[in-house]
Every structure is written in structure tokens, then in C-alpha cells.
Design a binder for this molecule. Structure first.
Ligand code: AMP
Length: 392
């Protein structure tokens, strides 16, 4: 992966068009979670220290090319100012004039780019208009990099382009996890369904030595091997797909690890009476809701022998106790190995972040990606247009 970073640029006095992801949750006009804004802080700090004039480009919600006042980025300005520790300006028109009045170190946010239909169409004309007010382009929004939009793709090709700090950290972590990882590599993939992760599983079996499958999707693999999973979540129409993935893994020398024992209950609800059974002994009327202790012990042993771990998805119905136990136990073990310097652990995608937070180990992983779609597409082995544009 070859891309420029902040360290390669002379930014003094330059207008830096900086694509950020500040699509944060807002309730009653107030930002309720600043995680995404927090991630941009190092880039803003370094750009300002370098003497740049920082113009922030971002989207908010899905206004579909129209001005929707409720989706104005104006409402995130107070949160940006507070988190960045400097007053952030805002404009919703007269962009060129506003930029011409900026001084070094100023930060100015443009209105929601998706108010313009050219943004999501990756329109060259719209990108050119944006480019005309800036000198260089910085992309710090990995989570938007799977979309070829004017501000993530076309614009990167019109100006000298580089990765911001959070984009850089993300790309370096992903490179360390799957690009050129230290072997042996394990991928732990859990979650509800095989159907949403077919491409991901097909790609991973060609890249890793151990594929650990958990969650509801493991039931489909178990059923494909002939197990009767009774009332468990299972995609019976995908048994052949599961067999194909298993065969591909075999041909690639990738071992697939499925649960040996499972926690079963008659109801999908917190504290439902439950017990541990072998996968071939799921009782009538029961459903599998978590990996059992023997399965988790097996996972721990595999992780002990690995140098790299990529994690996406929970091992069970982690939102409801006690069916979070398998996920929590495996996550804590991965965290312990990481702290001991024995494992590079990279996790991401949707529920994974909340599952690791629940285990209290989010800070102990080498890297946690909060980018849902972009992280998954990267696991699927796809080229992300926003990243390719930075490289090209
Ligand atoms: P995903 O969004 O595909 O990563 O799936 C995450 C969801 O899978 C979570 O809401 C879990 O509760 C659910 N899940 C994991 N294991 C099971 C299971 N054995 N049965 C039903 N749902 C599960």
C-alpha cells in the first residue's frame, strides 16, 4: 500500500480540503456520541500545527441530493469546536469567498455535501468545483472509503492527495492484519447469518490459516455437516454454500473451527434457562445461543498458536446475558495475548465493537475499526475506491 501521509506534505498556508466522517448521532439538536469526531482530532491538530487552513468536507444522513434542513451539518459545529478545542466556522454557500478569508490554523466546515446530487454520483464537475477552492486534499474518513463519491474519489484525483492520521492508522492496521500479516493468522467470524458474509468467508479462507466460525452462522455450517440444530437460527437454503466454503478452505489449507459444545435455551431472552450440550445433542425445542466452554477453550488454544487475529462478529447472542459469555471469554483471551505482545489483533464491523466493549477489552486490541461497511468490504478483499484514489 503506497499512499502519502501528513508527514510527506508541506502544508504551510495551504487550504487543505479534508474529508472527515462526522455523521454522528444527534438527538434534539445535540450530538450524543462524539466517537467519530474524536477520531479526527489528531489530523486536525497536525494540520493546524503545520500552518494549514483546514476546510472540512463531510456528509450527514441521506438527503439524496436535496437540501434537507434537518440534515444540516450546522448542528454538529458546537461539538466539533468543543472536541477540537478551537472555534469551527460553518458555511452553506459562498464557499470560495469564505475560504479566501481564512487564516492559517482556521477550521471551516462546509454544508452537507450530499445536499448536492453530484456528491453521490462521483460527479467530476462537482469535484472540480470543490477542488477550485483548495490546494491539497486529505482523506481522513476510512468509513466512507468504500463509496466512490465526489469527495472521496474524484476529488482525490484532482489535487495532491494524502491520508489523514485516522485513515493512516486504519490502513496500517488493516495491512498488518491481512495485507502482509505475521502468520499464523486466525480470522474469527461470528454474527447472525452466513448470507451476509459469504464473500467475506470466501475471501478469508484464502488468506488465513484458521477460520473460527461462531454465532448463528456456525449453525448453518453445523447443519451442513449433518447436525440437527433444532430451533436454532439456521439458513437451511445455504447448506451447499457452507459446504462450498468448507471445501475451498480445505483446498487452501485453512482449518475451519466450528463449535463442539454449545449453550442452548428454549427462548431467545435474557437469563432464559439454559444448558451446555454437545452440538450433536441439541434437545428438541431448543436453540443454540452461544459457544460452549469446550469450544471457547479450543478457540483459546488456536489463538495461543497464532500471531495475528482478525475479528468480526460475536460468538453468540451477546446482547443478552448469559449468552455473551463465549464472546467475552474469547475476547478477553485475545486481549491478554495482545497485551503480552504475542498477538496482533484487529477487530471491526457493526456489532463487533459493542461486543468488545461489553467484554471491556476494546482498548486492549491492537486496533478496532469503527468503520462498518468499509471494514467489511475490505475483509471481502474488495478495492475501496477512496483508498485506491489515494494510492493512484
Ligand atoms: P451480525 O450483525 O451478522 O454480526 O450479527 C450479530 C447478531 O448475531 C447479534 O445480534 C447476535 O445476537 C446474533 N447472534 C449471534 N449468535 C446467535 C445465535 N446463536 N442465534 C441467534 N442470533 C445470534
Amino acid at each position: 500500500m503506497a499512499f502519502k501521509t501528513l508527514d510527506d506534505m508541506d502544508l504551510s498556508g495551504k487550504v487543505v480540503l479534508t474529508r472527515v466522517d462526522v455523521n454522528v448521532p444527534v438527538e434534539d439538536g445535540r450530538v450524543t456520541d462524539t466517537t467519530r469526531i474524536d477520531r479526527v482530532v489528531p489530523t486536525i491538530r497536525d494540520l493546524r500545527d503545520a500552518g494549514a487552513k483546514v476546510v472540512l468536507l463531510a456528509h450527514f444522513g441521506r438527503p439524496k441530493g436535496q437540501v434537507v434542513p434537518e440534515m444540516s451539518l450546522r448542528q454538529v459545529v458546537p461539538a466539533l469546536s468543543e472536541v477540537f478545542g478551537t472555534e469551527v466556522g460553518f458555511v452553506d454557500g459562498g464557499y470560495g469567498e469564505a475560504v479566501s478569508k481564512m487564516s492559517e490554523g482556521d477550521v471551516l466546515l462546509f454544508e452537507n455535501l450530499r445536499f448536492n446530487p453530484g456528491e453521490e454520483k462521483n460527479d467530476e464537475g462537482f469535484a472540480k468545483r470543490l477542488a477550485s477552492v483548495g490546494d491539497v486534499y486529505c482523506n481522513d474518513a476510512f468509513s466512507a472509503a468504500h463509496r466512490a463519491h465526489a469527495s472521496t474519489e474524484a476529488l482525490a484525483r484532482l489535487l495532491p492527495a494524502f491520508a489523514g492520521r485516522s485513515m493512516q492508522a486504519e490502513l496500517e492496521a488493516l495491512e498488518a492484519a491481512l495485507g502482509s500479516p505475521k502468520p499464523p493468522v486466525a480470522a474469527l467470524v461470528g454474527g447472525a447469518k452466513v448470507s451476509t458474509k459469504i464473500e467475506l468467508l470466501s475471501n478469508l479462507v484464502t488468506r488465513v490459516q484458521h477460520l473460527i466460525i461462531g454465532g448463528g452462522m456456525a449453525n448453518t455450517f453445523l447443519a451442513a455437516q449433518g447436525a440437527d440444530v433444532k430451533r436454532s437460527l439456521c439458513e437451511h437454503d445455504l447448506l451447499d454454500t457452507a459446504r462450498e466454503i468448507a471445501a475451498k478452505a480445505g483446498a487452501e489449507g485453512c482449518t475451519i473451527l466450528l463449535p463442539r459444545d454449545v449453550v442452548v435455551a428454549e427462548a431467545f431472552e435474557a437469563n432464559a434457562p439454559n444448558r451446555v450440550v454437545k452440538v450433536e445433542d441439541v434437545p428438541d425445542g431448543h436453540m443454540i445461543l452461544d459457544a460452549g466452554p469446550d469450544s471457547v477453550a479450543h478457540i483459546r488454544t488456536v489463538l495461543d498458536g497464532c500471531a495475528t487475529l482478525v475479528w468480526n462478529g460475536p460468538l453468540g447472542a451477546f446482547e443478552i446475558a448469559p449468552f455473551d459469555a463465549g464472546t467475552v471469554d474469547a475476547a478477553r483471551h485475545a486481549a491478554e495475548l495482545t497485551r503480552a505482545g504475542k498477538l496482533v489483533s484487529v477487530a471491526g464491523g457493526g456489532d463487533t465493537v459493542s461486543a468488545l466493549n461489553r467484554a471491556g477489552v476494546a482498548d486492549d486490541f491492537t486496533y478496532i475499526s469503527t468503520a462498518g461497511g468499509a471494514f467489511l468490504e475490505w475483509l471481502e478483499g474488495k478495492t475501496l475506491p477512496g483508498v485506491a484514489a489515494l494510492e493512484g
